[in-house]
Design a protein around this ligand. Sequence first.
Ligand SMILES: Nc1ncnc2c1ncn2[C@@H]1O[C@H](COP(=O)(O)OP(=O)(O)O)[C@@H](O)[C@H]1O
Ligand SMILES: [Mg+2]
Length: 242
Amino acid sequence: MRKVFVKTNNVKKFITMMNNLQNRPEGVPGMGLVYGEPGLGKTQTVNWWAFKNDALLIRCNQQMSSRWLLSEILDNMGEIPSYTTSDCFNQVIKNLILKPQVLMVDEIEYLTIDSRSVETLRDIHDRTNVPLVLIGMTSAKSRLKKFKHLYDRLSEIIKFEMFSKEDIKLIVKELSEVEMTDCAIKYIYTYIKRFRQIVKLLNKAELFAKSNGLNSIDEILLKEVMKNEAETIEINQDTKDI
Ligand SMILES: Nc1ncnc2c1ncn2[C@@H]1O[C@H](COP(=O)(O)OP(=O)(O)O)[C@@H](O)[C@H]1O
Ligand SMILES: [Mg+2]
């Protein structure tokens, strides 16, 4: 398996969103939301972008308080958090004004339980104007709607969609070291939904090909691999048109 980052349609949409947020006209709020089913590559995409663009990326946890959130941001900035929450807040604001950086917050649904931490994010955005990107599952969008002041500031919202046939072709081409026939690719498109499942399947198919001296995998061989891995690879039960 090759270790490469694949630019799927979702990734392309995300890049456009980041360009829009960074180049927005004066007065337009700079908040974005990325949401969608698990396993479609949201976290991987924001990691990739954050690394390339020196953005701050934090991941929320269950029961994360404002202070905890601020400490994580400061930690990401390489700063030692102050003792009180208000000092931590001022420290974050001061740093972002001196050195503006995009702030990305993954697993945002955890924060929607406590309104204070969500409001803290809004305050950071209002005081510094740095682009703020929230990332979460499908439920994140409806949960955030409850926070009207924050929701109003979202100028970009994108949904990570299920992979298209073209996406699957690209993923297989870029990640798999063993060639897959068109039928095998169609089979993956029909039965596998999530990136993680595809990665697992490609890995197993590669091992199967190596141990059997094969340089190409077709639909029949792929079914064989799937049968052996039924415990670990989840099949999409919804039927799609092949
Ligand atoms: N663009 C990508 N290129 C290569 N592999 C990817 C890409 N996006 C996701 N993956 C693989 O899929 C796995 C699951 O993706 P993840 O970002 O955790 O999904 P989500 O955050 O939407 O639940 C990752 O660990 C990685 O192995
Ligand atoms: Mg994720």
